[in-house]
Design a protein around this ligand. Structure first.
Ligand SMILES: Nc1ncnc2c1ncn2[C@@H]1O[C@H](COP(=O)(O)OP(=O)(O)OP(=O)(O)O)[C@@H](O)[C@H]1O
Length: 462
C-alpha cells in the first residue's frame, strides 16, 4: 500500500529546474503533482482541474522581486476559486512581501531555497486545511438542504381574509428590518409558520432559523440549552456545546412559548437579550451573538404582567412589533381555501381520488369552534382523506356534528342508555378530538395500535 497523501498539488514557477526538482520530490509524498512555468495558464488550469493546494511563486519576470506579479496571480486564483489554498514561494529575506500576501488571502509561504522537510510540513498542513474547508462547505450545504426541507412544509400560508391580509402586510414591512417580533395567537394558528416567513423574507435568509420550544425545556436545562455549556460544567456535560443563541448567530432565533418561562428564566433571558452576549454554563467568557429575535406565545401576556407573572421589561425587549394571529373561527372566510389546500395535499400524499369537500362540510366547518385551529383542521382533513372512499368528502367523514361535539365536550356518559359499543365510540371520538384528529396519538391514548383504531373507526363509521 502506498503511503502517499491523497491530494493534488499545482506548482507555478518560472524556473523549470526548480519545478522539475520539486515534482520529483513531492511525487513521492502526494498522489498528484502538476507543474507549470507560465502563470498566464493559471485560469485555464483551474477551470479544468481542482487542486487541493497551489504553490505559487511571487516573482516571474527575471530580476524583479517586488512580488507584484505574485499578488496579481494570487488575486486571480482567489477570484476563480475563493476557497483555493495558496502557498507562496518567496525569496529568502522577502518575508514582508509574503506577510502582505497572506493578508490578501494566501494560506502560508515557503522560503526559497527550501528545506524539503519544511516544504513537506507546510504542504501537509495546507492539505489538512483544505480538507477541513471541504468538510465545512459540505456541512453548510447539507444544513442548507435540511433547512429548505423543513421550510418547505411551512411555505404555503393560506389566507385571503381581511385579518390575514393585515398579517401579510405586517410581515412585508418588518421582515427586512431587524426588529424583534412577538407573534401571539392560540395553538395551531400558524405562529411558527409566520416566524419562518419573516426569516425567509429577511436579510438573514441564508443563515440559520433556530427554534427553541421554551415550553418543553426543563428548568435545569434552560441555561445550557439556550447559552450552551462547557465540558464538565455538570454531570451530563460530556463535551463543549454551543447553545441555541450561538447556533443562531447571524440568523434568526425563534423562542416559541415564551409565556411559559419562570421569573428566574425571564431574568436570564433578559440579560442575554440586553447584552447581546451569552456565557456558556461553566465558562466565564461571554460570546457576542448577532441574532434577530422572534418570539411567540399563546398566553395572555398583558394579564400575566398585571399579575406579576411576566416581566414588563422583557416584554418591551421582545415586542417591538406584535403580530396577533386570528383564531380560525374568526376568519371562517379562509376555511374553503384551507380545505382545498389540505385536500389537495393529502390526496397526493396518500394517492387518493378525493378532490373536494361538499358544501355541507364547509358550512359545518364554518360553524365549528376549532379549538386546535389550523392544526386541527389539517388533521381532520388528513383523517377524512385517508378514510373516505368517495371523491367528495361528506360531513360523516368528520367529527364535528354539534351533538357529537357536545357529548365529547361534556364527556358525560349517560349510563342508562349506553351499551359497550356506544361507550367505545364516545371514547374514540373524545380521544380523536383531544388529539385534533391525530390517529397515532389518539391510538396511543386509548391503548390501541393504529390499525386496531382504524378497524374500529371503520366499524362504527366514524
Ligand atoms: N395560514 C395557514 N395556511 C396554511 N397552513 C397553516 C396556516 N397556519 C398554520 N398552518 C399549518 O398549521 C399547522 C400549525 O401551525 P404552526 O405550528 O405554525 O402553529 P403554532 O401557532 O406555532 O402552533 P403552537 O402554538 O401549537 O406551537 C402547521 O402544519 C402549519 O403549516
Amino acid at each position: 500500500m502506498s503511503d502517499k497523501t491523497a491530494g493534488s498539488i499545482l506548482i507555478i514557477d518560472d524556473n523549470q529546474d526548480l519545478l522539475n526538482a520539486a515534482k520529483i520530490f513531492l511525487k513521492r509524498h502526494f498522489t498528484r503533482v502538476d507543474i507549470e512555468s507560465k502563470p498566464e495558464l493559471i485560469p485555464t488550469l483551474l477551470k479544468n482541474d481542482n487542486y487541493d493546494v497551489i504553490l505559487l511563486d511571487m516573482n516571474f519576470t527575471r530580476d524583479v522581486s517586488t512580488g507584484q506579479e505574485g499578488y496579481y496571480w494570487l488575486d486571480k486564483i482567489l477570484e476563480i476559486d475563493p476557497s483555493a489554498i495558496v502557498v507562496l514561494i518567496t525569496a529568502y529575506g522577502d518575508v514582508n512581501t509574503a506577510v502582505k500576501a497572506i493578508k490578501q488571502g494566501a494560506t502560508d509561504f515557503v522560503l526559497k531555497p527550501w528545506e524539503n522537510d519544511k516544504l513537506l510540513a507546510t504542504l501537509h498542513a495546507a492539505m489538512k486545511l483544505k480538507d477541513v474547508s471541504n468538510q465545512n462547505t459540505k456541512l453548510k450545504s447539507q444544513q442548507k438542504q435540511l433547512y429548505q426541507d423543513i421550510d418547505r412544509q411551512f411555505r404555503d400560508i393560506i389566507g385571503q381574509s381581511v385579518a390575514m391580509q393585515k398579517v401579510f402586510e405586517t410581515i412585508k414591512r418588518v421582515a427586512r428590518t431587524d426588529a424583534n417580533v412577538l407573534i401571539t395567537g392560540e395553538n395551531g394558528t400558524g405562529k411558527e409558520l409566520i416566524a419562518r416567513a419573516i426569516h425567509r423574507n429577511s436579510y438573514r435568509d441564508e443563515e440559520a432559523f433556530v427554534t427553541v420550544d421554551l415550553g418543553a425545556v426543563t428548568e435545569s436545562l434552560f441555561e445550557s440549552e439556550l447559552f450552551g455549556h462547557k465540558k464538565g460544567a455538570f454531570t451530563d456535560a460530556k463535551e463543549d456545546r454551543a447553545g441555541r443563541f450561538e447556533i443562531a448567530d447571524k440568523g434568526t432565533l425563534f423562542l416559541d412559548e415564551i409565556g411559559n418561562i419562570t421569573p428566574p428564566q425571564q431574568a436570564k433571558l433578559l440579560t442575554a437579550l440586553q447584552n447581546r452576549k451569552v456565557t456558556r454554563v461553566g465558562s466565564n467568557k461571554a460570546v457576542e451573538v448577532d441574532i434577530r429575535l422572534i418570539s411567540a406565545t399563546n398566553m395572555p401576556i398583558l394579564e400575566m404582567i398585571q399579575k406579576g407573572e411576566f416581566r414588563q421589561d422583557l416584554l418591551y425587549r421582545i415586542n417591538t412589533i406584535e403580530i396577533q394571529l386570528p383564531a380560525l373561527r374568526e376568519r371562517t372566510d379562509d376555511i374553503p381555501l384551507l380545505v382545498d389546500h389540505y385536500i389537495d395535499f393529502y390526496a397526493k400524499k396518500y394517492n387518493k381520488e378525493v378532490h373536494k369537500a361538499s358544501d355541507a362540510v364547509i358550512s359545518r366547518m364554518q360553524k365549528y369552534e376549532w379549538p386546535g385551529n389550523i392544526r386541527e383542521l389539517q388533521h381532520s382533513i388528513e383523517r377524512a382523506v385517508i378514510m373516505s372512499s368517495q371523491t367528495v368528502l361528506q360531513p360523516e367523514d368528520f367529527f364535528f356534528s354539534s351533538s357529537q361535539k357536545e357529548d365529547v365536550k361534556s364527556g358525560k356518559l349517560k349510563l342508562d342508555d349506553l351499551n359497550i359499543e356506544e361507550v367505545e365510540k364516545l371514547l374514540i371520538r373524545k380521544a380523536l378530538d383531544k388529539n385534533f384528529g391525530n390517529i397515532t396519538q389518539a391510538a396511543q391514548e386509548l391503548g390501541l395500535t393504529r390499525s386496531s383504531l382504524y378497524r374500529r373507526l371503520e366499524k362504527y363509521g366514524l
